[in-house]
Design a protein around this ligand. Structure first.
Ligand code: ADP
Length: 225
């Protein structure tokens, strides 16, 4: 479960201040897939990174799995993020020297899960996204779409109950995108909370609700909170 309460985030570049997110309140419950759509620059990525504790809000409260993550120390936040939040980003963020199964197993291994168990779980997650036969491949030998599915498998395998995804189907052909969406939908139907930033109508079609963002705010603020 994710709860944002009056969350704001601004950036300063030189003299100019950009109010990227302005007082956003939103609740995403277990077992729901929320799509956030809106024009480029409206604050979607900023909202997602603040929701996942990758950057702090300037004001407002961010609660993940019952904990106010904006009030945690750096070390506590790191731990909470690793336990509860899986990220899928546009640029995959895979470790190039590790193969697919090692990349997917990494969060669990960092969390102290024994290697064999972490790898077994990683293989299951790779199978979920249709990459069972690619476990030993390194990111550089995979297509962009396949790398994105490895990143999704990693979010799944980390056991996170909150999956935050930024354009997860952006680099995928229609068939791969459909497979990733099936995997996401299965996860959500099994109880995960998922928030996806997307331009893709196919993602919106599989979402439980679609929120529209403009100029840092949600268009239908009442429905979101
Ligand atoms: P979206 O994901 O909807 O494209 P972003 O959250 O990336 O929107 O950006 C929202 C606004 O904040 C934009 O005006 C963007 O230029 C600005 N912005 C994003 N990141 C930074 C940053 N690190 N420094 C300064 N401005 C930024």
């Amino acid at each position: 479960m994710l709860v944002l309460d009056e969350v704001s985030r601004r950036y300063r570049s030189g003299e100019v201040e950009v109010r990227a997110v302005r007082g956003v309140s939103l609740t995403a419950a277990e077992g729901t897939l929320t799509a956030v759509m809106g024009p480029s620059g409206c604050g979607k990525s900023t909202l997602l990174t603040v929701a996942g504790g990758l950057q702090p809000p300037d004001s407002g409260a961010v609660t993940v799995a019952g904990v106010r993550i904006d009030q945690l120390s750096e070390a506590e936040l790191y731990r909470h993020r690793r336990r509860h939040i899986g990220f899928v980003f546009q640029d995959y963020n895979l470790v190039r020297v590790l193969d697919a199964v090692e990349n997917v197993a990494l969060p669990a291994e960092l969390d102290g899960v024994p290697r064999r168990k972490a790898h077994a779980r990683a293989r299951e997650a790779l199978a979920l996204v249709g990459l069972a036969g690619h476990a030993g491949r390194h990111p550089d030998s995979l297509s962009g779409g396949q790398q994105q599915r490895v990143a999704l498998a990693r979010a799944i395998a980390s056991g996170g109950s909150l999956i935050l995804a930024d354009e997860p189907t952006g680099a995928l052909d229609t068939e791969s995108a459909a497979r990733v969406l099936d995997a996401l939908r299965d996860l959500v139907d099994a109880g995960a909370t998922c928030v996806v930033v997307t331009h893709d109508d196919a993602v919106a079609a599989r979402a439980d609700r679609v929120l529209r963002m403009r100029d840092g705010a949600l268009a239908d603020a009442g429905a979101a909170a």
